[in-house]
Design a protein around this ligand. Sequence first.
Ligand code: SF4
Length: 413
Amino acid sequence: MDVTASFLSPRRVTRQIAVGSVKVGGDAPISVQSMTTTKTADVEGTLEQIYALAANGADIVRCTCNDQAAAEGLVQIVPRSPVPIVADIHFHVEMALAALEAGVQGLRLNPGNLRKPEEIKLVASEARDRGVPIRIGVNAGSLHPDIYKRFGGATPEALVESARLELAYFDEVGFSDVKISVKASSVATMIAAYRLASATFDHPLHLGVTEAGPLPGGLLKGTAGIATLLAEGIGDTLRYSLTADPVEEARAGRQLLESLGLRERKGLDLIACPSCGRAEVDVIKVATEAQAALNALDVPLQVAVMGCVVNGPGEARHADLGIAAGKKRGHLFIKGEIVRVVPEDEMVEALVEEAKKIIAEGVEARLLARDLTAEAEAAADRALLLDDRGTDVNHAQERIERIRRRVEHEGPD
Ligand code: SF4
C-alpha cells in the first residue's frame, strides 16, 4: 500500500471472509469486482471475458446464473477461471442451489428478488455447509415492496433495513459468512446508505453505484460514490456498474484504488498537464500516443507528458519518467532530472525506450547513465523560451505608467 493512503481516514475494521482465494474485509487489500456480459452457458466466451477482466484488474468476477444452462456452464467455468467466481441469483432458489452445486466461490442474493424466508434459509444453510460466502446485495431499484412501503421509498434506512432482515434469516441457520452491499443509482443515497451500513454491521461492505450508465458519466458517478466512502475508510471490495465493456469496470476499479494509494500500481499511470498557452506541443496528441505505446508494454510506472520545458519537469518531478516539450525538442526526465534531449518527433519513441530501460535496469542506473550534456542543453532551451515569451507577460512597465498617469491626473481621494 502507498504511504499516501495514510492520509485517508483509517479503514473501518470489518470481519474477514474468503471468496475462494480472495480475502475480503479485515486487513485484506480492497478488491475489485466486475461482471461478465456473456451468456454463462457460453463457456468459452465467458472464460475469454473473465481472463480479460482479470488481466485488467478484477480480483473477483460475477456471472449470472439465471437458468439451468448457465448453472451447467458454471461447472466448466469455475475450475478454469483465473479468479473466484460469484454467481448472481435472480428470483429462483433452484438457481442458487444449482450454482452451489456447480462449485462457485460465492453467491449474490438480492433480498428484493428472493423473498420467501424458507428459501433464503435453505440457500444460507447450503452455503454454510459448503463454506461459500454470500453477498446480501440490496438494490434501491428492487427493494422488497414491504420495506419500500414502510419507509416511504428506497431511503438509506430502508436499504440497510433490508440487509438487516436478510442477515436475521441467515442468523437463524447459523450462517454469517456474509458481505453486504446497499447500492442505489443516486450517489447521495448510496453514500448515506453505506455510512449507515458501516455503523450498523461489522460485515465487509461491497461498494457500488448501481446503474451508473455509460462513459464518462457512469465513471464520474461511480467514482463520486465509491471514492467518497473509501476516503472515509468505508469499503472492502467494489464494483463500477457501467454500461460499457466490463473491462472498463475492472480498469476503473483498479485505477481508483491505485490513485488513492490503496493498491500497489500494477500498470501504467500516465499523467499529463492540461496544456495552456505556454505549451510547445500538442499535449493531447503526444499523451494519447504515449498512452497507447506504453499501455502495450504494461509497465508499472508513472509517466508524465508535459507541454512545456519551463514548468513541466518541475511540476512532474514525482513521476518516474517524463517528457516536456520546448523549442522543437523534448526534454526527457527521470524523477525531475533531465537525462536526454531528443527531437520533438522522437518524443514518444524516447519515452518508450527509456521506460523499457527503467524496467530492465532501475531508476538509479538510468540516472547514472544520463547524457551529461542534457541539463545544459535543456537550460539553454528554457532560457531561450523565457526570452521569446518574455517574463513580462503582464506588460508591467506599461501598466505601471498608466496607473501613475491616472492617479496623478485624478489625485487621491
Ligand atoms: S506544463 Fe507548461 S504547458 Fe503544461 S500546463 Fe504547465 S505551463 Fe502549461
